[in-house]
Design a protein around this ligand. Structure first.
Ligand SMILES: CC(C)(COP(=O)(O)OP(=O)(O)OC[C@H]1O[C@@H](n2cnc3c(N)ncnc32)[C@H](O)[C@@H]1OP(=O)(O)O)[C@@H](O)C(=O)NCCC(=O)NCCS
Length: 209
């Protein structure tokens, strides 16, 4: 499998929304990646599995909601322009995505998510490395994020790359009042952080080859 990273585009939103719902089912309301693409603070990337494509008709619709949630979604989406005309061309297969918000010299990781069927193959790492590269290109010095206290896979991923636990936000997640762990890489331009990422990048290149 060949993986490519590129900026997220409007035509990716169908697949991105499906991955988001699968990865963060309890987040309500779901984020609007359509709005994020217009947010000048936000920068999003997608990981493409270049060994496969997806037929436009095979794109899974985001989970259907009924009742009150469906009415709220309808109301929230009123007035939004809808997707560009549907193409019949096969589309690139999106295996995952990640994004940051850049505030002065701080890059806040908003999300990293990998499609369930593509997990544990190094794509989360690929996205994290690309996000660090992008943050450096945007002149950030520090990276930070919040992660659920119970989300051990994500905490392990960030710890592997030198992110440290800096504190806790009590009851941060509204669905179950779970705590958020704040994790940060204080200086992504330091020699020590660069060396760590470069070693891991090399190891990942071997793994994905
Ligand atoms: C967290 C997530 C992005 C990891 O993506 P992935 O492609 O499966 O991860 P990778 O294969 O690149 O693994 C990289 C590292 O993450 C950690 N990790 C990933 N999955 C793990 C698991 N199930 N259990 C423990 N550690 C795990 C490990 O440290 C791993 O390194 P290793 O292979 O040397 O053990 C993915 O599980 C996901 O999309 N989860 C749902 C969304 C989410 O929680 N995002 C984070 C929000 S802050």
């Amino acid at each position: 499998m060949v993986h490519l990273i590129r900026p997220m585009e409007k035509g990716d939103l169908g697949q991105v929304n499906v991955i988001d719902r699968e990865a963060f089912p309890s987040q309500w309301p779901p984020p609007s990646y359509r709005q994020e693409l217009q947010n000048r603070l936000a920068h999003y990337l997608v990981a493409i599995d270049d060994s496969r494509t997806i037929a436009p008709t095979a794109e899974k619709p985001a989970q259907k909601r009924s009742g009150l949630k469906a009415r709220i979604m309808y109301w929230l989406k009123r007035g939004q322009s809808h997707d560009e005309p549907k193409s019949t061309e096969p589309k690139q297969y999106i295996a995952g995505f990640a994004g940051i918000w850049l505030m002065v010299d701080e890059a806040h990781i908003t999300n990293i998510a990998v499609a369930q069927e593509c997990r544990r193959k190094g794509i989360g790492e690929l996205l994290l490395i690309a996000t660090v590269d992008m943050a450096r290109d945007l002149k950030a010095n520090m990276m930070t994020l919040e992660v659920r206290a119970s989300n051990i896979p994500a905490q392990n991923l960030y710890s592997k790359y030198g992110f440290e636990k800096m504190g806790t936000r009590r009851g941060y997640y509204l669905d179950n009042r779970e705590d958020a762990i704040i994790m940060s890489a204080e200086d992504i331009n330091s020699a020590a952080f660069r060396e760590r990422v470069e070693k891991l990048r090399e190891a990942l290149i071997q793994k994905l080859a």
